[in-house]
Design a protein around this ligand. Structure first.
Ligand SMILES: [Zn+2]
Length: 274
């Protein structure tokens, strides 16, 4: 399978938030997403990054507060839809979007793909589904980023077949086999949100493990250097969050050949994989 790592905008945060050793200056957090060319399922996206819809939605109360806390920078023609079009891929050719979780930098482009079905955590969606206003904002969720017919187009990861994780000593012991062909596996990475999922895929040059927001920086899982405890304020469960980081760290020690890709890691800013 061809897999291309792309970026659709970035936001800024205090470096101190992501790393105890970090400075008090703001640093960019790229919003990565992945384009996967599956032999029978066609084009698949894992997350969607930012889009103009996010900027628009933040003009509405109370979501402007979200925009103030994490200012967004999106270049012209940088949304997932526009980048795919530049590659010669029409938005209607994207048949599946797998969402790691429902924060705006992951669901920002969902409205741009009218033929896609969505695959996401039923746990997270159930929790957020009826939230609006401040109660949605508290969860960094902007309901208008999802298309109106989202409920008709969604399926839940938890309903996919469960398999034993294919790397036998892995601290992650089970995976969900999204299409039943063992090509696209999702893995539970709780803590950042209650039902966050990562994606494990194989390609010619070796496997990739997209870990979404399970950690923000590569140094976090490489050196087991946890973020500043101040970050616990925005986590669903700080203990689980740290447990998940520890698992990714142990996984990396066991399988250094697997490329681990946190959504906001600067080291993948411009990298393209195939
Ligand atoms: Zn997030």
């Amino acid at each position: 399978m061809n897999i291309t790592i792309l970026k659709a905008g970035y936001c800024t945060h205090l470096e101190k938030m992501a790393s105890k050793q970090g400075s008090w200056k703001t640093v960019p957090f790229p919003a990565l997403f992945a384009l996967i060319e599956h032999p029978t399922q066609g084009y698949i996206l894992f997350d969607t990054g930012y889009s103009n819809h996010v900027e628009q939605s933040m003009k509405q109360f109370p979501y402007g507060i979200y925009g103030k806390m994490t200012p967004i920078y999106l270049n012209k023609r940088e949304s997932a839809k526009e980048q795919l079009e530049a590659m010669g891929i029409s938005p209607v050719e994207v048949k599946t979007i797998i969402l790691s979780h429902f924060h705006a930098d992951h669901i920002g482009g969902c409205r741009d793909f009218p033929e896609a079905r969505f695959i996401c955590s039923g746990k997270d969606y159930g929790y957020l589904q009826n939230k609006t206003g401040f109660s949605a904002l508290k969860n960094a969720f902007i309901p208008s980023l999802l298309p109106e017919d989202f409920t008709k187009r969604v399926g839940f990861i938890e309903e996919c077949p469960v398999i034993v994780f294919p790397l036998k000593n892995s601290p992650f012991t089970k995976a969900y086999d999204v299409f039943g062909d063992q090509r696209i596996l999702t893995v539970e990475l709780p803590g950042h949100t209650g039902g966050q999922f990562g994606l494990f895929v194989r390609r010619k040059d070796g496997p990739l493990f997209f870990v979404s927001d399970a950690c923000w920086l590569s140094e976090t899982y490489k050196n087991l250097s946890y973020p500043n405890p101040i970050a616990s304020l925005i986590m669903d469960n700080w203990t689980q969050y740290k447990e998940t980081i520890k698992k990714i760290h142990d996984f990396h020690k066991l399988y250094p050949e697997v490329q681990i890709i946190p959504t906001h890691a600067m080291d993948f800013f411009k990298e393209k994989e195939s």
